[in-house]
Design a protein around this ligand. Structure first.
Ligand code: HEC
Length: 132
C-alpha cells in the first residue's frame, strides 16, 4: 500500500515538473525544423534565413548583411519592432498571418509546447553566439 502512495506522489512531481518552464533541450530538437534555413550559436552565419543569435530583444529584420528579408519585416523593425517571447510565439504560430510579406517559407508550429520550447532554446543565445 505504501508503495502505491509513493508512486502516485512521484508521478505527481514528475507531471507538475514537466508542465512548468519551457524546455530548451526539447527546443533544440524542434530547432531541427529551422536548421535548413537558420544557424544559431558560435560562428552562426546567414543562410536562407538570418542567423538568430541574440534574438531576444533584437530589432526585427535588422541583420545588415542578410539580403533575404521581405519588405515588411524590415519596416516593422524600423518602426521599433523588436523580438521577444510573445512576438516570436505569434510569428512561429503562423509566419504568413503575422507578416503577409514574409519570405520565411515555413508553415509554422501549431503545437504551443513546440513553440514554447523552441523559443526557450533560441532565446538562450547572446548576440555573440555564446549561451546566456
Ligand atoms: C525555408 C526556410 C526557413 C525555415 C524552415 C525557417 N525560417 Fe525563419 N526565416 C526564414 C527567412 C527567409 C526569414 C526572413 C523573413 C522575412 O523577411 O519576412 C526568416 C526569419 C525568421 C525570424 C526573424 C529574424 C529577424 O532577423 O527579424 C525568426 C525569429 C525566425 N525566422 C525563426 C525561425 C524558427 C524558430 C524556425 C523553426 C521553427 C524557422 N525560422 C524556420 C527562413 C526560414
Amino acid at each position: 500500500m505504501k508503495k502505491v502512495v509513493l508512486l502516485a506522489a512521484l508521478g505527481l512531481v514528475a507531471a507538475t515538473g514537466s508542465s512548468f518552464a519551457a524546455d530548451a533541450a526539447a527546443g533544440e530538437k524542434v530547432f531541427a525544423k529551422c536548421k535548413a534555413c537558420h544557424m544559431i550559436g558560435e560562428g552562426a552565419k546567414n543562410r536562407v534565413g538570418p542567423e538568430l543569435n541574440g534574438i531576444d530583444g533584437r530589432k526585427q529584420g535588422s541583420i545588415e548583411d542578410f539580403k533575404g528579408y521581405g519588405t515588411d519585416l524590415k519596416a516593422m523593425g524600423e518602426k521599433g519592432g523588436t523580438w521577444n517571447a510573445a512576438e516570436l510565439d505569434k510569428y512561429l504560430t503562423n509566419p504568413k498571418a503575422y507578416n503577409p510579406g514574409t519570405k520565411m517559407a515555413f508553415a509554422g508550429l501549431p503545437e504551443a509546447t513546440d513553440r514554447e520550447n523552441v523559443i526557450a532554446y533560441i532565446t538562450s543565445f547572446k548576440a555573440d553566439g555564446s549561451k546566456k
